[in-house]
Design a protein around this ligand. Structure first.
Ligand code: AMP
Length: 269
């Protein structure tokens, strides 16, 4: 299906609700879409031991949220490096983080610049309505404050609120294994690796995510409950909120595909 305009989508849902799975399926189904996951970006920075990653690691392990200014700058640099946001102003600083779009991680004197200074976020940006500038944001924004900051940069035109009962989410978290270098996710109940504990493609060992233990999970869920309501209300007021319910990703995907087609398909406005 060809898109009629740029889709700028946010997935909102409790940790473990399957946002990553839905994103993967959407990318396969609609090749004009790309995705940015704030959690994946942060984990990549932790793995590569960038200054940002080192600073974020303990916060993530506790299940707490990274400061808004840090996460905003990380996402902003991604949007810019994909060419979805452009500016006429010259670039004024080095982005000292690992970027999914290929920026290299270096350490140096400006380590803190990425984390603390703000010339990037105070600039004015242009965005494109070209369908090829379509993306899904997974995990960002997570708070109304982050949403307000994003509004100043680029307007989101569909917010998907995914809801699944807590007991089902808990089961998923407890059985989740990942192949860290690729981000491939397995679940021993419904998506087990061919060989126990090994990645299907590379045969490398699977690991637990550092933040997948039950106490951390409870903290993350509590954080989600505290912050998601104002976030959803924010987008509801803007008229872009759509809620989908389901007990499994397989139940949710067809509904999501249909809604996406209705909103962004060629014959729609
Ligand atoms: P996720 O994979 O989206 O569940 O994110 C994993 C962890 O990364 C979270 O528990 C937070 O510590 C951090 N994180 C990801 N996205 C954000 C965000 N938008 N704001 C603040 N912290 C975030």
């Amino acid at each position: 299906m060809q898109l009629s305009r740029a889709a700028r989508i946010i997935l909102v849902g409790a940790p473990g609700v399957g946002k990553g799975t839905q994103t993967e399926r959407m990318l396969k189904r609609f090749p004009q879409l790309s995705s940015i996951s704030s959690g994946d970006l942060l984990r990549e920075n932790v793995r590569k031991r960038t200054p940002l990653g080192i600073q974020a690691e303990s916060t993530m392990k506790r299940g707490d949220l990274i400061p808004d200014s840090t996460i905003l700058r990380l996402i902003l640099s991604e949007l810019i490096s994909h060419g979805w946001l452009t500016t006429d102003a010259p670039r004024t600083m080095t982005l000292n983080s690992a970027s999914a779009a290929g920026a290299t991680a270096e350490s140096g004197d400006d380590d803190d610049a990425f984390i603390t200074s703000s010339p990037l976020t105070s600039q004015k940006y242009n965005f494109s309505e070209d369908p090829n500038a379509s993306f899904i944001l997974d995990g960002f924004p997570r708070t109304a404050a982050q949403a307000l900051q994003l509004d100043d940069l680029i307007p989101i035109n569909l917010v998907v609120n995914i809801t699944t009962p807590t007991a089902i989410i808990l089961d998923r978290i407890c059985n989740r294994w990942v192949h860290a270098p690729s981000g491939r996710v397995y679940n021993t109940t419904f998506n087990a690796p061919k060989e126990e504990g090994k990645d299907d493609i590379t045969g490398e060992p699977l690991t637990r995510r550092a933040d997948d233990d039950p106490d951390t999970w409870k903290n993350r869920l509590q954080k989600f409950e505290e912050t998601s309501m104002p976030l959803l209300e924010h987008y509801d007021r803007k008229g872009v909120l759509w809620t989908v319910q389901g007990n499994s990703s397989d139940e949710i995907s067809p509904k999501l595909f249909a809604e996406f087609g209705k909103t962004f398909g060629r014959n729609q406005t």
